[in-house]
Ligand binder design. Structure first.
Ligand code: MN
Ligand code: MN
Length: 296
């Protein structure tokens, strides 16, 4: 069950209304790396988790992310409070209200459609979607994705902090950014608390390919480093198709009926390699068409 405590996890002090900044902060409210995406990611993972430690951690962090959703949504609401009142009460003249709403396409949508409420959209007005959650119900996969999700959230907060000169917002965003660092650390520790966490899943890789680096892009710009050279790596600078030593072709065994039909399809759509048919490009050719087939 959930209980709600009316106090925020971190105090929000906004110096003055700013609808344009509110739109930008929506990125962390209803955006791909925002707090709702984080909360739903960890909440659903927690429900499906059987390991007591991971379940506890996921539900703790999911609930904290909801608290962050509340903090960022409250900042958005404060930044929009003036615009919301102006738009609802229409005390200013049309030109003033028009200028206030029309800062950008997104702020117009925020004002006109959502009435300056904290909408579940990103900074470009795109509605939140469950497609932002990429859980696969395998802890060595999901923990890695969670680590990356926290790293992404951290960097988006960093950018928002860099464009804000409001000291109270800077401070609250700094808190939210810092919590993503702490969450990343928890997920890293939880990943390495699984004794054998690489590769993901149960099946081992094929020994002869697991340490093979294929230098597939060759020429100026080839760089050697620990990711492709040294004692951990075999190299294929060929590159050599097919790596298994086979002919590198694709075949399938079919029954006689399918075989016959497949052959008929190939024959029906076969390319003629001789002859030079006149086409629409020849018939309509004008200056710049290049060489065309002689019209008879
Ligand atoms: Mn968060
Ligand atoms: Mn987080």
């Amino acid at each position: 069950m959930f209980m709600h405590n009316k106090r925020l996890q971190y105090t929000v002090r906004v110096s003055e209304p700013n609808p344009k900044l509110a739109c930008m902060l929506l990125e962390q409210f209803g955006g791909a790396d925002g707090e709702l995406a984080a909360a739903m990611r960890y909440f659903t993972q927690g429900l499906g988790e059987d390991d007591a430690g991971r379940k506890d951690m996921l539900l703790d962090i999911a609930t904290e992310e909801l608290s962050h959703l509340e903090v960022i949504g409250s900042i958005v609401a404060m930044l929009n409070k003036g615009a919301k009142a102006q738009l609802s009460e229409a005390q200013a003249d049309e030109a003033e209200l028009y200028a206030m709403v029309g800062q950008s396409g997104t702020s117009a949508k925020e004002a006109l459609l959502f009435g300056c409420g904290p909408a579940l959209i990103d900074s470009a007005g795109v509605p939140w979607t469950a497609a932002y959650v990429d859980s696969r119900s395998e802890p060595t996969v999901d923990l890695r994705s969670n680590i990356a999700a926290e790293a992404r959230a951290k960097i988006v907060y960093e950018r928002l902090i860099n464009i804000t000169d409001d000291p109270g917002i800077k401070e609250a965003l700094g808190f939210l950014m810092t919590r993503e660092i702490a969450h990343q650390k928890s997920f890293e520790k939880a990943l390495y608390a699984i004794d054998e966490n690489f590769p993901s899943g149960k099946l081992p890789g094929m020994e002869e390919y697991a340490s093979l680096y294929v230098n597939s892009s060759q020429g100026i710009g080839d760089v050697d480093g620990p990711w492709n050279s040294g004692p951990n790596w075999d190299r294929d600078d060929g590159p050599t198709p097919a790596l298994d030593g086979g002919p590198g072709t694709a075949t399938v065994a079919m029954d006689a009926d399918d075989e016959e039909l497949a052959e008929a399809l190939i024959l029906r759509t076969q390319s003629a390699t001789s002859g030079d048919p006149i086409t629409g490009a020849d018939l309509g050719a004008g200056p710049g068409a290049g060489r065309t087939t002689e019209l008879g």
